[in-house]
Ligand binder design. Sequence first.
Ligand SMILES: NC(=O)c1ccc[n+]([C@@H]2O[C@H](COP(=O)([O-])OP(=O)(O)OC[C@H]3O[C@@H](n4cnc5c(N)ncnc54)[C@H](OP(=O)(O)O)[C@@H]3O)[C@@H](O)[C@H]2O)c1
Length: 306
Amino acid sequence: MGLGGSWDSSPVTNAEVSQGLEALDTAVEAGFRDIDLADIYTAGKSETVVGRWLKENPGLRDRVRLQTKAGIRLPGNTAPAGSPVHYRLDETALRGGLEGSLERLGVDSVDRFLVHRWDPLADPAEVAAVLDGLIDDGLTQGVGISNVSWHRIRVLQRHLQHPVQAIQSQLSLGHRDFVERQILWDHPEATEVDFSEELLDECAASGVELQAWGSLDRGRYTRPPGEGPDAATATLVHRLADELGCSPEAVVLAWLMRLPQGIRPVIGTTNPARIRACAQADAVVSRMTHEHWYSLLNSARGHDVP
Ligand SMILES: NC(=O)c1ccc[n+]([C@@H]2O[C@H](COP(=O)([O-])OP(=O)(O)OC[C@H]3O[C@@H](n4cnc5c(N)ncnc54)[C@H](OP(=O)(O)O)[C@@H]3O)[C@@H](O)[C@H]2O)c1
């Protein structure tokens, strides 16, 4: 999401391209293979940078999976300046969005295309027909949807010929309703939690990949501990990183990956050192004990689970 500089309509600079190419090279060297994009990210410049990277590295296209999204209309980006922020999932918005992405990426198809956010004005049968058409026409190998409940997926799937392959949702130590809900069922504190509990288990049971955006909480717990409400959790994250012999980023990512549903964090850093730090998470998951996991949960929520 950060590749290519600013989110305005200014052209991408050579420095921003170089920084993006370095981030992408670092990610592949560190073992990452999935690239998550959207037509709105840096107003298309992130896809332009990835397109440059693929062009300069023939053969890489077969080694990475490309995922992009459309459906969010931002003024001065995917919508004319002056229009309100809105969502749109008709043929023009989704097919047009994907075709723009393919052009910027310089490829004939992506591996996954996601509806970025649901539009209450959309007819699920029409959205499904558009998505099926994109697969049938070879523009994407599969489809998914972002920021929705399991109910919304079920409704969409009822009309789709092809399976929903992936869901992307905000899941992290700081954004943890999906865990709270499992613990607080029938408890007074549960009234503060509104995450649809079934999403995790239904995805796992149906073979739908569950991707977590915002998984680093934008550095909230991995920055050097300072003052303020997150200081205790950041201190704990750093202490566990020392104990487990890994980076703080690996601790917060492993906290998510330790859950049995196979959550796949989507990581937004473009900093090469941080990309390498995140890559350590895989090795930490099996060493994160119940005590580690609950101490992080209790610290982030500010008081122990009941
Ligand atoms: N489906 C959706 O609606 C949706 C919404 C948002 C994001 N996404 C996807 O999910 C990805 C990750 O989301 P995200 O970028 O919001 O969340 P993130 O991965 O939690 O945060 C990444 C951001 O936090 C900064 N950061 C991380 N650790 C830091 C630290 N220790 N100190 C200072 N800055 C730090 C990074 O800066 P540096 O680059 O300097 O490291 C970067 O700007 C995005 O790239 C995008 O692909 C999807």
